[in-house]
Design a protein around this ligand. Structure first.
Ligand SMILES: Cc1cc2nc3c(=O)[nH]c(=O)nc-3n(C[C@H](O)[C@H](O)[C@H](O)COP(=O)(O)OP(=O)(O)OC[C@H]3O[C@@H](n4cnc5c(N)ncnc54)[C@H](O)[C@@H]3O)c2cc1C
Length: 407
């Protein structure tokens, strides 16, 4: 059997049997890319299109040219893993298990309580969350093409079934690439929230109108029913004795209880010598919801997508979150000048809310569209890194099966 498979793959390697275009270089898209590329090697051309400057998505790590050694996990601080399959997947992405310093912080008393949640906690290699997605496509011999700073803003399929291909376009209408299979790993191109930001119909919804594919229509209906919980992140970096005051606190990741503005506070080691501290604040969902229209000047939505943000409002929210932090007893004062920041970043779609897209509808065979990411049903909870990892694997495996079946 193995010999037969190897012979098939060798034949396939000499004649390319498929092109897979993946929209989104988060953990989900990179997990799918790795699965497909590892199974089919050079027989398939896998391209990841990503708005950001690199992979990671909501599990990305902010860096700055100004201070080359700095890295700040401004999205997901850790991954809670609850399944054995998820544990294997995150280990394969170079994930490192962490323990201790996770719990709740009472915002009136400043008291921290350590809380063990079920499962295991992981971070990316070296504590860098962005390394999870990066190691999936950059390591292990996977040959995946990446197109960063590339936002897919137009989609069309030339025909249904085997004869057609997907055409991916940028905002100027130019062709970014073509693919036989399209993997939607960032649900934005398929979700009505696209219209609120960019004005026109979501590209996949527009393309689906011409296809008349009932399964794709049903998938799009489920995606449209999902909503998103936003989070505003504010982060800054300190060094020397100012960093030490934060290191003396008993927590690394604390959920803040009883605070209308803040939801979480994280303390991370950073810097070229690993002795500086990044403090990351996540707002409460309610605070982010009542303060819309602010993205942060370096956000991808603003940089590549052209979404408008209000700088005055950005400074105001930044100040409000820092004030809320200062009111918590025992929290060190934030100096007037930090080594870096405070920087604000809005995660408009931090968490998916609603029903997950079913496994069955994550694979639309006739339209040759597949979906993956933390909005797709897996054995892990929706809206988690584990879910994104497993959904990427499951969708990747389904595409491999289709490509092999048709070869
Ligand atoms: C503030 C915050 C805190 C979190 N905390 C946790 C936590 O503690 N534990 C946990 O497990 N999870 C947490 N999460 C959730 C976790 O980060 C996500 O579940 C996971 O990263 C989702 O991965 P994904 O690949 O499905 O989606 P994403 O990471 O969103 O990846 C999708 C990618 O697609 C790109 N993209 C979208 N549209 C286009 C387009 N048109 N063209 C090109 N590229 C496009 C985006 O830029 C993005 O990089 C948190 C998230 C946030 C924001």
């Amino acid at each position: 059997m193995r010999l037969l498979l190897n012979a098939l793959l060798t034949t396939m390697a000499t004649s390319r049997v498929g092109r897979v275009g993946i929209i989104g270089g988060g953990v989900g898209g990179c997990s799918a890319a790795k699965t497909i590329s590892n199974a089919l090697g050079s027989a398939v051309e896998v391209t990841v299109y990503e708005i950001g400057r690199g992979p990671g998505g909501r599990a990305a790590t902010r860096r700055t040219r100004e201070f080359p050694g700095l890295h700040v996990n401004h999205g997901a601080p850790t991954a809670q893993i609850v399944t054995e399959e998820g544990r294997k997947a995150i280990e394969a992405a170079g994930g490192e298990e962490v323990n201790g310093g996770h719990g709740t912080l009472n915002s009136s008393t400043g008291e921290f309580q350590e809380k063990e949640e079920g499962g295991w906690l992981f971070v990316g290699e070296g504590g860098v969350m962005g390394n999870l997605a990066a190691s999936l496509i950059e390591g292990t011999g996977a040959k995946v093409k990446t197109k960063y700073n590339s936002m897919v803003r137009g989609l069309e399929r030339t025909a249904n079934g085997d004869d057609g291909s997907w055409i991916l376009r940028n905002g100027a209408g130019e062709i970014l690439g073509e693919a036989d299979w399209l993997v939607v790993a960032g649900s934005g191109v398929a979700h009505p929230r696209w219209t609120a930001t960019f004005g026109n119909e979501p590209p996949l919804v527009e393309a689906a109108k011409a296809l008349g594919d009932s399964q794709l229509d049903s998938s799009l209906k489920t995606i449209a029913s999902q909503t998103a919980a936003p989070v505003i992140a504010v982060f800054f970096v300190l060094s020397g004795s100012e960093a030490q005051r934060w290191l003396d606190l008993p927590f690394k990741v604390a959920k803040i209880e009883g605070n209308e503005v803040l939801g979480k506070v994280m303390i991370q080691m950073t810097g070229e010598e690993g002795n500086e501290v990044a403090v990351v604040l996540h707002s409460s969902r309610a605070f982010a919801e009542t303060n819309k229209g602010v993205y942060g000047s370096t956000s991808s939505a603003k940089r590549v997508g052209g979404a408008k943000s209000d700088k005055g409002k950005e400074d105001e929210l930044n100040a409000m979150m820092l004030e809320a932090l200062a009111e918590i007893p025992q929290i060190p004062e934030v100096p007037m000048t930090c080594k870096y920041g405070p920087v604000l970043h809005r995660w408009g779609n931090a968490f998916v809310v609603g029903e997950g897209l079913s496994r069955e509808n994550s694979m639309c065979r006739d339209a040759k569209v597949a979906f993956c990411g933390d909005y797709v049903e897996t054995d892990a909870p929706l809206s988690s890194i584990e879910c994104a990892l497993l959904a990427g694997k499951q969708t990747g495996e389904a595409i491999v099966k289709e490509i092999k079946g048709g070869a």
